[in-house]
Design a protein around this ligand. Structure first.
Ligand SMILES: NC(=O)c1ccc[n+]([C@@H]2O[C@H](COP(=O)([O-])OP(=O)(O)OC[C@H]3O[C@@H](n4cnc5c(N)ncnc54)[C@H](O)[C@@H]3O)[C@@H](O)[C@H]2O)c1
Length: 391
């Protein structure tokens, strides 16, 4: 059986988490690490016993015969680094963190370059590879909740635009697993309780790029006729406990609660409260992978690593492919296009500038302060709340 040589481009908190998962995988060799931060590089090299470290990713690609390159950096670096890797020396697979880019045009370029290089591009939407998703799909196929009727997703209670880009990207990608290709979206954004305007287009935290809307409500219509209702609303406190993806059927429902647990309602909910939610206990065979129990590794990175290995073994697209990642970006941009045009918007979206940059230009407003993009969310939010109060 092939052992795949993996290199890391960036070894911050997300890189460490992914590398720890690869370290548990018997088919992976953690071959090399690259980071411009010498301290992080040395600490990670020590933790994983990796001797070959680099400050320059091109030097890493030249010296190492890597099968997989993981890119867990801040969001605005996803596209330039993925493009840099694909143009310099393309490996068999590139696994980039989510959201895959800060503009649809960059996502297009990443997908095109990967296809030209015959590289499998994947976006780290690991939730979709987890046991709870696999079991939910099996239960649906077995008819446990009857034919699907609708999907509901809810974010973490962050500022809506950021919630959509950060958490919604996982949930929309998850919804696609069950509903397929989205056909259209109708959405509404509120900021400070009033309809979001071009003056509310802001620079998001930590390189997430342009965003708008403190509360975003969106209805997606899918090819198969299903609808998904998305709630990305800022709460008084953000919390993982808010996150869910609910799948409703004619004869029951499933709730992937924060992707870690699975709940089921066995029966038609024709009378509120008559059919309670029960925990659906996963079997050992579903939970345990390479001796690791999902209960103890619920972040899901090991299952994402497994899917990367299997996709390479089978020479097929990754479950969380770049194509899926790009479709999710289109769904998120579509929510803004719909809000600002006050209309239902069909997919695919016409290409061009970022839809929020177009709104700024149409209103004669300059680009928002780029300095804000240096702040992490917790430091970014107070300034935005103060801006809303004085607007
Ligand atoms: N999939 C998930 O569940 C999940 C969870 C949390 C965060 N994320 C994503 O992770 C990303 C942020 O990750 P983080 O907090 O670890 O970021 P970070 O900025 O703390 O770490 C990134 C590392 O990359 C390094 N780096 C940047 N440019 C480089 C270059 N040119 N060459 C080599 N190294 C370089 C930095 O020095 C840093 O050490 C975001 O995109 C976020 O959306 C995903």
């Amino acid at each position: 059986m092939t052992t795949y040589r993996v290199g890391f481009l960036g070894i911050g908190p997300r890189g460490l988490s992914q590398a720890r998962a690869y370290a548990l995988h018997p088919r992976v060799e953690l071959a090399a690490i690259c980071d411009v931060d010498a301290e992080r590089l040395a600490a990670a090299a020590g933790e994983f016993g990796v001797e070959r470290t680099y400050a320059d990713f091109r030097a890493m690609l030249d010296a190492e015969d890597l099968d997989v390159v993981n890119i867990p950096t801040r969001t605005d670096l996803h596209a330039p680094l993925t493009i840099g890797v694909l143009e310099h020396r393309a490996p068999k697979a590139v696994v980039v963190e989510k959201p895959m880019a800060t503009s649809l045009s960059d996502a297009d370029r990443m997908v095109e370059l990967a296809a030209a290089a015959r590289t499998r591009l994947a976006v780290h939407h690991q939730m979709r590879t987890t046991p709870t998703f696999q079991v939910a799909e099996r239960l649906i196929d077995q008819g446990a909740i009857g034919p699907l009727t609708s999907i509901k997703i809810r974010g973490k209670g962050y500022y809506g635009g950021y919630d959509m880009l950060n958490i919604g990207t996982h949930l929309l990608n998850g919804a696609r697993r069950f509903a397929g290709q989205a056909r259209s979206v109708t959405a509404m954004c509120l900021t400070g309780g009033r309809p979001t305007t071009a003056a509310d287009v802001i620079e998001g935290p930590y390189g997430f790029g342009l965003l708008a809307g403190e509360d975003i409500s969106a209805v997606y219509e899918f090819d198969g006729g299903l609808h998904a209702f998305a709630e990305m609303h800022r709460r008084s406190q953000s919390d993982s406990g808010w996150v869910h993806l609910k799948l409703y059927g004619e004869d029951g429902a499933l709730c992937l609660y924060n992707s870690r647990q699975l709940f089921i309602r066995r029966g038609r909910d024709s009378c509120v409260g008559r059919v309670p939610w029960e925990t659906y206990e996963l079997d050992d065979a579903d939970r345990i992978l390479h001796g690791c129990d999902y209960v103890d590794h619920a972040g899901g990175d090991l299952w994402m690593a497994e899917e990367t290995v299997r996709a390479l073994d089978d020479d097929r697209e990754h479950e969380c492919s770049g194509l899926e990642g790009r479709a999710v970006m289109e769904m998120m941009d579509g929510a803004w296009v719909s809000h600002f045009s006050r209309a239902r918007v069909d997919f695919p979206l016409p290409r061009g500038d970022h839809p929020l940059r177009r709104e700024l230009a149409a209103a004669g407003l300059p680009d928002p302060d780029p300095e804000r993009s240096k702040l992490r969310y917790a430091d970014w939010l107070p300034g935005e709340l103060a801006r809303i109060q004085t607007a």
